[in-house]
Design a protein around this ligand. Sequence first.
Ligand code: C2O
Ligand code: CU
Length: 458
Amino acid sequence: MNLSRRSLLKSAAALAVFPTLARSAPLTLTAREGAQLIAPPGFPETAIWGFGGQVPGSPIHLQQGERVQRRLVNELPQATSVHWHGIRIDNAMDGVPGLTQDAVPSGATFDYDFIVPDAGTYWYHAHNKSVEQVARGLYGPLIVHESEAPDVEQDLVLMLDDWRLDPETAQITRDFDNGHDLSHAGRLGNLITVNGAFDPSFPVQQNQRLRLRLINAANARVFTVGLDGMAGWIVALDGMPLAEPIPIEDTFPLAPAQRADLLVDVLAANAETASLFSQERDGAFGLARFSVAGQAASTPRSGVRPLPPNPLSELTDLNNVPRHEMRLQGGAMRWLGSARIGETELSGRELAQLGRFWALNGYAERPDDPFLDAPLGSVHRIAFVNETAFPHAMHLHGHHFRLILPDGSLGPWRDTVLVERGETREIALVTDNPGNWLLHCHMLGHAASGMMSWYRVT
Ligand code: C2O
Ligand code: CU
């Protein structure tokens, strides 16, 4: 019998019959070891760490406004925690060891319990030793459905990852603290997967409209996504609907942790194959195939409507708003001269010995004092000034923010912004969610080696 907690709660009769089950069987999210065929056929299974022992962990599907309860059960040999990426969450449930909770030791549990205020495409992932734990597979999709979903034939979650496997054994290489990776572009892999599989294929029909929910779960790779045999629009970024869907004419970047919701129409004809690809330096790389079998009865739709907006605080007037600079420093080629850990100023060489290669505003570790101490309900601009020779994917916990476009107007809502080398990107946010919130680069090797800060809302 498969009784979900929700169906139990929905039915008073069921509650009367199974009173103890309803109270004593929390849904669990077990972090444990597993094995899965990730590499192309002919290779052995890869040993992974996953939620439920699989990668990705099972998708969590919710309705907007719903309450989520999950008991994390840690069966790993290492302490862990779960961060619900992009959810404007109750601070105590944010899953950050040392800031919002203790890491959950091996053999222990932690009960997560929160509300999802916004519809959209989100994800959950380990947030302890993330550079290792996410690389090993500890992540899964979290999908919050709109009460009125767009009219599509298929709603597909495509979770992209980039693995570094030993080319002989197909096992994950353990070089998570490789100084060259940390100080350069991060842990780039040699195998790209979608939903934990190499080059998967999805059956479709010509003229079908698909919703593709792309999630970049890679440690460091920025995908440059394009469509072949399909045409469509970006309708949401990082979970948040765009007021004006963007037609996909060329490719678009999807940095680590970012999401993009696409509505696409299948143009390829019967027996052809459409594809989603990433434009990599050495050519287009297929991410997933869509094998066309038959033709949908409907003729192709024309145009697309924006998704219903989420209940975000209005952000319109940026006059007289305080502007805070966050300088991104260090890394290969622009090595840190010195930076601080706590109150101690260390030389670049001393920092390198500690595995620290980057700094945010002069700190090579999350500082004791927050980067920004904001009263609840205030508006702030943050300028990410990238002084390094590498791109960074800057992520705020707890809030979405709006990009400030080069002409000064307000761009889309996001939770992670890609800041190219030498570039300055400005964002604006309304601090409407109290708590201690992390702010870091989502290239997880960069976060581990210095790009970690925080802000406080009280
Ligand atoms: Cu997706 Cu601090 O995390
Ligand atoms: Cu970075």
